[in-house]
Design a protein around this ligand. Structure first.
Ligand SMILES: Nc1ncnc2c1ncn2[C@@H]1O[C@H](COP(=O)(O)OP(=O)(O)OP(=O)(O)O)[C@@H](O)[C@H]1O
Ligand SMILES: [Mg+2]
Length: 503
């Protein structure tokens, strides 16, 4: 108690001395020396202080500092419940029910990590000059100042910052764009990993090796003059694990995910801007690429109208483009440039992943060799994949099953053509009783194989889309005419079936 009292007394006297020195210097020194001597005094004070300080600026030159964004997001996640924050900024998009909290300029907030208290301050000042006329920086200069005790430096600089920098998932929307933020982020917590992913183990190993080679391949990409990026096309029926595979990839590599919503991108130039705002070590995802937007073939892409008819107002109707403003269009060629063109290399170490349920509906330009480095078919559950699901849900890989039961399961799963999602549904319901779960699964699989099970809608959908892998790859090499002939044929078949039903 006495000791604490003494240390408060000495701190008070130190502060008193500093204040006295400041006043004295102001009175005695000429103005040009005042600034230098005050700076010196502050430094001297910091030497004796038990605290140290770190600045985390929003921009590093013209590049965004990812740590700043991570801190911003992290603080906003608990700012509203913190007793130490006195002033918070609030943001909310017009059609959104989510309010985002932020630290107001020059306000501070305390946080506790592993029993250690740290202090954050958000410093905002006006920018005095623009370093580059080509890429203007925000008018405000923003940074977070972190104050910690010197003795906690190791813990904070290692574990705490890692904790803050946990993976994020970003998405784009027009409302966030209008607030000057092309991407909105939330922490990414999907638990899917390659261990929990049910698929053929050899195929899984190949994908993991490919990802590992990619992440460690900086020197290779440099030497061969290739942009350090890789593309994966995941295709297959719904519920076969395409989205789970993306999450597993992100967790495996420790990358962020940018989930690109194409329907929210008004034009090719906006798409390019979004690309420029993605960070390295990230996975850029376009889910359901066949139904996101009506991507026309490059030859059919809308042409720019004559220069004189181009309106400076992006919302004005344009006669030359039939009332549509050409600037307001996203085309297939824009998307191909996004993944493949010169702009695709404005960052590095990035993975593009497209998913589709209908590979046969994709434009051949998207499938041509070299465009997407790997085409991965996610298909119905095989026996090795079923073993992984049994392990996930029941804690066994079927190894404790009798040989007869195992071979019954093997036969049933090959015949049933059920997706891992369908099988997971059965297992999750009965997971408390392993025997019951296995026997119910067998029953469902047999019923499915005989076409008795009530999965009508989904099954029809799977069967019509679940083309065999070889056949899908063959289709990838078809010319546009062959694709359209085949599609006309299948449309004709559906029409014939419907006519039959009606009669
Ligand atoms: N291969 C798999 N391994 C493990 N779980 C799976 C797998 N496939 C599906 N699941 C389970 O089914 C759920 C749905 O899977 P997911 O969303 O990954 O399928 P998808 O192929 O992306 O479907 P869609 O085409 O409809 O987007 C997952 O949350 C997971 O629980
Ligand atoms: Mg999906």
């Amino acid at each position: 108690m006495v000791e604490r009292k003494e240390s408060w007394t000495s701190l008070a006297s130190l502060l008193g001395t500093l204040a006295f020195c400041q006043t004295f210097l102001r009175m005695v020194l000429p103005p040009e020396l005042r600034h230098v001597s005050l700076k010196f005094l502050t430094r001297a004070f910091r030497c004796f202080s038990s605290y140290c300080y770190f600045d985390i600026a929003e921009m590093e030159g013209v590049k965004t500092n990812e740590l700043y964004n991570a801190v911003h997001l992290y603080l906003s996640s608990f700012a509203s419940t913190s007793a130490s924050a006195s002033r918070l900024s609030l943001t909310r998009a017009r059609n959104s029910s989510v309010t985002t909290f932020g630290l107001s300029s020059n306000d501070s907030i305390a946080d506790v990590f592993d029993g250690v208290t740290v202090q954050w301050e958000h410093a905002v000042t006006q920018r005095q000059s623009q370093p580059s006329p080509w890429r203007p920086l925000p008018d405000e200069k923003r940074s977070f100042k972190l104050r910690i005790r010197k003795r906690d430096k190791d813990l904070i600089l290692n574990s705490y910052l890692d904790y803050i920098m946990e993976r994020l998932i970003y998405t784009n929307s027009r409302s966030s764009e209008s607030h000057g933020r092309p991407w909105e982020a939330v922490p990414f917590k999907h638990p899917s990993t390659f261990d929990t992913l049910a698929m053929d183990p050899e195929k899984k190993r190949d994908i993991m090796e490919d990802l590992r080679d990619f992440a460690a391949g900086q020197a290779f990409y440099q030497r061969t003059g290739r942009a350090w990026k890789r593309g994966y096309l995941l295709y297959g029926p719904p519920g076969t694990g395409k989205s789970s595979m993306i999450a597993a990839m992100a967790n495996f590599l420790g990358y962020d995910i940018y989930d690109l919503e194409l329907t929210e991108v008004p034009s090719n130039s906006e798409l390019r801007k979004l690309l420029m705002k993605t960070s390295s070590k990230s996975i850029i995802v376009i889910e359901d690429i066949d139904c996101s937007v009506n991507l026309s073939n490059r030859s059919k892409a809308p042409k720019a109208p004559a220069l004189q008819s181009y309106s400076a107002d992006p919302d004005a109707p344009d006669a030359a483009s039939g009332g549509k403003n050409w600037n307001n269009t996203m085309t297939l060629s824009g998307l191909l440039n996004f993944t493949d063109g010169l702009w695709s290399c404005c960052g590095s170490e990035r993975i593009f992943v497209f998913t589709t349920n209908h590979i046969d509906k994709l434009d051949p330009a998207l499938l041509r060799s070299g465009r997407m480095d790997m085409h991965i078919c996610m298909s119905y559950c095989s026996y090795p994949a079923l073993q992984i699901l049994l392990h996930n849900y029941l804690g066994s890989e079927g190894k404790d099953l009798s040989e007869a039961a195992a071979s019954e399961l093997r036969e049933a799963v090959e015949k049933a053509k059920m997706t891992p999602a369908d099988i997971s549904e059965v297992l999750i319901k009965k997971r408390r009783n392993r025997e019951k779960a296995v026997s119910e699964l067998l029953e469902v699989m047999k019923a499915r194989a005989e076409g008795k099970e009530e999965y009508g809608g989904l099954r029809d959908k799977c069967e019509s889309n679940g083309v065999e892998e070889e056949e899908q790859e063959k289709r990838a090499l078809e010319s546009p005419k062959e694709v359209s002939d085949r599609e006309n044929d299948s449309c004709q078949k559906v029409e014939d079936q419907e006519e039959k039903k009606a009669n």
